[in-house]
Design a protein around this ligand. Structure first.
Ligand code: MEV
Length: 302
C-alpha cells in the first residue's frame, strides 16, 4: 500500500487574471489531502463523497487520473482511499490536491517514473478536462509547495506569517465564475482588460516584497487586488463581511482566494493577531482556519 499527500493553496495575487496568461502568486498551505492506493481486483474509489467505481459524477478528478495513468501503466484494478483536511469547493485547491496526490500515489504504486514537472502537467490536463478553462496554478503549487509565481513557474521565498482562512461555507463553481468574467470581458473589453492587466502587474510588483518578507506592503497590494476582484464581479456580501472582519482586527490584508462568489477569503497576519482575526471571522457566522505556508509539495508518506 502507498500513501501520498499534497497541499492546498491560497492565492496572494492573480486569480482570474491568470486564466488570461497574466501572472499570479500562489502559496501552498499546511492543509493536506492524503491518498492511499493498493492493487485490487476492481477499481474502487472511497472518499467522504461516497464509495464508487470510476465515476465522472462523484469522483471526476480521480476517474480522469486513473484514465491518464492507464496510458503509462497496466492498471487493471486499484483501491483508492482519500482523506482530506481541505474543505471542498472553497477555493483552497482541494481538487488540485486530490488530483496531484493521486497521480503521485499511482506513479509510486506502478513505478511510472514520473518527475514533479510531469506530475504537474498531467494534473493540469486532468483539471482542464474536468473544469474546462483551468490555469496550471493550483496543480503546480500543490506539486511543488512553497510560494510560486505562475506562469513563470518561479519559486519565491516562503511566507513567515500566519495565514487566516475564512470560509463562507457557500459553494462556488469555478467554471461558472470563470465564464462570468469571460462574459463581462466580452461585453466591456476596454474596462475589463486593463483590470486584468493591473492584477497581473501587481504580482510582478509584489514579487520583491514577498522575497523580502515585507508583509505590510504585500498586504496593501492584496487589498488593492481585492478591490479589483470585486470590480470584475466575483465578490459578494458574505465575502466582504469576512474581508472587513479580518481587516478591522489587524490583518495585514484580506482578500478573496480562488474563484470567489462564495468559498474563502485569505488574510495575512502577525502570529499574535491570528486568533483574534479568526474569532472575528467566526463571529460573523463563518468558519476560520489558522494555517501557514508549507514548503512541502506532493510527497510519499509511506
Ligand atoms: C480558481 O481557484 C482560480 C481561477 O483563477 C481559475 C484558475 O486559475 O483555473 C479563478
Amino acid at each position: 500500500m502507498i500513501t501520498c499527500s499534497a497541499p492546498g493553496k491560497v492565492y496572494l495575487f492573480g486569480e482570474h487574471a491568470v486564466v488570461y496568461g497574466y501572472s499570479a502568486i500562489c502559496c501552498a498551505i499546511d492543509l493536506r489531502t492524503r491518498v492511499q492506493v493498493e492493487i485490487s481486483d476492481t477499481t474502487i474509489i472511497e472518499s467522504s463523497l461516497g464509495i464508487t467505481g470510476p465515476d465522472l459524477q462523484t469522483h471526476p478528478y480521480i476517474t480522469r487520473v486513473i484514465e491518464k495513468m492507464q496510458d503509462l501503466a497496466d492498471i487493471k484494478g486499484v483501491h483508492i482511499k482519500i482523506e482530506s483536511e481541505i474543505p471542498v469547493g472553497s477555493g483552497l485547491g482541494s481538487s488540485a490536491a486530490v488530483t496531484i496526490a493521486s497521480i503521485q500515489a499511482l506513479n509510486e504504486l506502478f513505478s511510472c517514473k514520473l518527475g514533479l514537472e510531469d506530475i504537474a502537467i498531467i494534473g493540469h490536463d486532468v483539471e482542464r478536462q474536468v473544469q474546462g478553462n483551468a490555469s496550471p496554478t493550483d496543480t503546480y503549487v500543490s506539486t511543488m509547495g512553497g510560494v510560486v509565481m505562475i506562469p513563470e513557474r518561479k519559486k519565491l521565498n516562503a511566507l513567515d506569517c500566519s495565514i487566516v482562512v475564512g470560509n463562507t461555507g457557500k459553494f462556488s463553481s469555478t467554471k461558472e465564475l470563470v465564464a462570468n468574467v469571460a462574459r463581462l470581458r466580452d461585453e466591456f473589453p476596454d474596462i475589463i482588460d486593463p483590470i486584468l492587466t493591473s492584477i497581473g502587474d501587481m504580482s510582478h510588483i509584489a514579487e520583491e516584497h514577498v522575497n523580502n518578507g515585507d508583509y505590510s506592503t504585500i498586504g496593501k497590494l492584496m487589498n488593492v487586488n481585492q478591490g479589483l476582484l470585486d470590480a470584475i464581479g466575483v465578490g459578494g456580501a458574505e465575502l466582504s463581511a469576512l474581508v472587513y472582519a479580518a481587516r478591522s482586527t489587524g490583518a495585514y490584508s484580506a482578500k478573496i482566494t480562488g474563484a470567489g462568489g462564495g468559498g474563502c477569503i485569505v488574510a495575512l497576519a502577525e502570529n499574535n493577531d491570528a486568533e483574534n482575526i479568526a474569532q472575528a471571522i467566526r463571529d460573523t457566522g463563518a468558519e476560520a482556519i489558522i494555517t501557514r505556508n508549507t514548503h512541502k509539495g506532493v510527497r510519499l508518506e509511506s
